[in-house]
Design a protein around this ligand. Structure first.
Ligand code: GLU
Length: 511
């Protein structure tokens, strides 16, 4: 199989797309998600993880989870846990990891610090990297001068050919060097991207020779990622398009290490309706996967929404499970254009899953949102039935708290405007009186049977529609809208229905 290669040329070299994805998928696909634990699990990272997972499953390959945790200052264990929990909640399972018993832990770059140093030293010994003694102050000064001259800031390579005396003097001053990799200029780095197509990057735009190991001995992302992707035998790297320039740098490193690079596919970023990149800074918790768990979104809905956000299955299906996504996923059908985060669409998916997932599962998931109520007032079966009648109208499960409140209230408060507009009517009083008489006849537990009794009241009084149903709804729930009336009556049971209708009647003026 042909792989993306760095080519020393001033002219971009064209390569046929079919050398890459689609027709020539290697036997052993190995892909990964490699988040840095410097923030919570972001929607974009979750989508990237999902695409890698789907690709691995589609090709019977392996999906790896690696934490790029070398940034000691910004990495935090709470972020690590948040990322693990988020992926687990979405059911995006990884296939490997250090064996610590139980579920796999992610691989961690911090466990390989010495290894990266060894590889960097090999590059130095081959004249492809060098020690850089520049202090942060010197680098700042250099950048300021470049800015003043109106140019782009870049490392000017001053340590590349440092004299023996200068080096000795730096060492005498006990300056600790970083390691810089030589970026050859000018040249064009080209590859065929599985999503974006042909990409050409001018190496002169990469900022000059790049640090690969900081003076504290810790490898920089662009270097560690290459060493790891090689060590872990990654065949494909699917990640956000904000990494395109990093890919160019990384291709130079693959070349220097004498290795074949994996295939690359860069997924377009996610924007809001104002075409701003979805970010914590602008969108706060809305980019945090755990927010959706807390707010009562179904992981199945989020996975389905994220999957189809930038990929449309050839089959034209919109609603599909994770397992079905694994059967259909096709990188060549991933869009080149930015995705727009559309909360209404996510709600549409979520409502669908709330209505269609098994009732027992939805009831289990609804329980945290019912925790403020005395659930012992109803049997388990009745709680399930309450969830069943309410789920029809929910977009997120957290809405079940206000929607179900009337089932648990000791007494119903009927808002004054409803008392004035509805209960003041003669017909309302008649409906409620008649219903009270018939309470004894209600077949509680039989939703349709209860509704039939209400209808018989209407028939006898010659009242129908809003005039019939609204006073009953207002009496039982304090509102004129709500779930199916027969289910409400049937589940509330005789004692509640009787006392609520009596209380409402007491508010009806004697005419
Ligand atoms: N740590 C990088 C990130 O979180 C990983 C990018 C990559 O997949 O190589 O963006």
């Amino acid at each position: 199989m042909r792989r993306a290669q760095v080519r020393l040329t001033s002219e971009p070299v064209k390569m046929p797309a079919e050398w890459y994805f689609g027709k020539h998928v290697p036997d052993q696909v190995r892909v990964r998600i490699a988040p840095s634990p410097t923030g919570n699990l972001h929607l974009g990272t979750a989508r990237t993880a999902l695409y890698n997972y789907l690709y691995a499953r589609r090709h019977h390959g392996t999906f790896v989870f690696r934490l790029e945790d070398t940034d000691e200052e910004r990495s935090d264990e709470t972020f690590t846990q948040d990322i693990i929990d988020g992926l687990t909640w979405l059911d995006i399972k990884w296939d490997e990891g250090p064996d610590i018993g139980g579920p796999f832990a992610p691989y961690r770059q911090t466990e390989k610090i010495d290894h990266y140093n060894n590889v960097a030293n090999q590059l130095i010994s081959r004249g492809l990297a060098y020690l850089c003694f520049c202090s942060p102050d010197e680098l700042n000064e250099m950048r300021e001068e470049q800015k003043e001259q109106g140019g782009l800031t870049r490392y000017d390579g001053r340590c590349r050919h440092i004299s023996a005396e200068k080096r000795a003097s730096h060492e005498e001053q006990e300056r600790i060097p970083s390691i810089r990799f030589i970026v050859d200029e000018p040249r064009v780095i080209s590859w065929h991207d599985a999503i974006k197509g042909e990409i050409n990057i001018d190496s002169s735009d990469l900022g000059g020779d790049m640090v690969i190991v900081k003076s504290n001995g810790v490898a920089i992302y662009n270097f560690a990622v290459v060493v790891d992707d090689l060590d872990m035998k990654m065949t494909h790297v699917i990640r956000g398009e904000d990494h395109i320039h990093n890919t160019a740098k990384q291709l130079l490193l693959y070349e220097a290490l004498g290795k074949t690079a994996p295939e690359f596919g860069h997924v377009a970023l996610i924007f809001d309706h104002e075409r701003r990149k979805l970010s914590k800074r602008h969108h706060g918790e809305a980019v945090h996967i755990d927010k959706y768990r807390r707010d009562g979104y179904m992981p199945e809905a989020l996975v389905n929404y994220l999957a189809q956000m930038s990929w449309s299955p050839a089959e034209g299906k919109e609603i599909f499970t994770l397992a079905e996504g694994c059967e259909m996923f096709d990188l060549s059908r991933v869009s080149k254009s930015p995705a727009i985060f559309d909360i209404q669409k996510l709600h549409w998916f979520n409502g669908h899953y709330i209505r269609h997932l098994p009732l027992t599962l939805i009831t289990e998931r609804a329980k945290p949102f019912l925790a403020s109520f005395d659930l012992s007032a109803y049997s388990h079966h009745e709680i399930e039935q309450i969830v069943a009648c309410l789920r029809e109208s929910l977009t997120v499960l957290s809405e079940i708290t206000p929607a179900s409140k009337f089932f648990f209230d000791k007494a119903i408060v009927i808002p004054q405007d409803l008392q004035d507009s509805l209960l003041s009517k003669q017909s309302s009083r008649s409906v409620l009186s008649k219903l009270l008489e018939k309470t004894k006849l209600m077949p509680f537990g039989d939703h349709a049977g209860c509704k039939a009794i209400v209808d018989s009241v209407g028939k006898e009084l010659g009242v129908k529609g809003k005039d019939l149903y609204w006073p009953v709804r207002a009496a039982l729930s304090g509102a004129t809208q709500g779930p199916d009336l027969g289910s409400m009556i049937s589940l509330l049971g005789e004692a509640r229905v009787k006392s609520r209708v009596e209380s409402a009647l007491a508010l009806c003026p004697q005419l």
